[in-house]
Design a binder for this molecule. Sequence first.
Ligand code: SF4
Length: 349
Amino acid sequence: MLFEDNPPTPLVGIARLAASSDLLEAKRQVEYLELETRRFIGRGSGRMREIWTINPYRGCEYGCKYCYARYAHEFMELRDPQLFERKIYAKQFNAAAFRAELRKLKLGATVWIGTATDPYQPAERRFRVTRQILEVFAGERGFDIGITTKSDFAARDAALMAEIARNNEIRVHLTITTLDEALARLLEPRAPRPALRLAAVRNLTAAGVPVSVLAHPVMPLINDSEESLDRVCAAAARHGATSFSAAPLFLKPCSFQVFIPFLEERFPHLARRYRERYSRSAYLRGHYPETISERVARIRARHGMHNQRAPESLLPRTLLSDQLEIFAPETKRPAPETGGTLQRKVNRV
Ligand code: SF4
């Protein structure tokens, strides 16, 4: 059965809301639903507590084999990890309520869009939730906004992002794990081709929107060679990106369940080693991450790129909780701080 229609235990919170969502549209194997949303803005935890998060959708049709965000569906009692890419929830958007939430944040607050979903996945063409969020930001000032995506469709909003940049900081973090189209198709089956993503880098930067390219995740013996990472970084630089980063794959249980069977089918010679290493811990430790870190630093220096930290490279140790979109306590917007780039932007207007 594709969908879990009869959860065994009473549902509460986000799970109850998800179970009562109205079906909006069904396409191929993908089902779109509307999710009642009381709060749009969530909060990071641990050392990411000062980061605010916005996820316009729940679930992601791109279906990357390594996707760490599948855990987000578990909050809705949807425990089959495949449902994350087949059952997509578009959040009900209310501009006035969202604006009111934003205004409770501290001036200069860092807000990341797309930490547990791709904000420019195919659903965005129809439902435009991300677009509506950015339209609200265009009337605000003093925010530090990051958008993480794997989609060339982000370039649709290049002019709007440039407008936002007049009074805020904004940066797009575009993920390109490899330039090998066949490999990308295997790893990220329904995401736009790397060449299309590079074209989006060009279009965004030409409009004045800063772009970072992430080659995250780095998968041992799959896309981790210096040559492969260098090709991505060189292409990113040629297309106008100013920052490049990459970090090793981590496999939480929700992604382990998908990635290991994928390896067994497509990279059987690697499956046993991955299974052994990631059964011990979701994270690789010691020599390998150090080697990748040095490799990436070398490549970055070779192409004159910066290291702009981005959600996907920070997530490994601190998962962001989507639950907080609903249950986070009220926050106050304190008096403006002085100093810093954002304050200068505010004063300039
Ligand atoms: S684009 Fe991001 S959120 Fe979507 S499936 Fe891939 S890794 Fe997951």
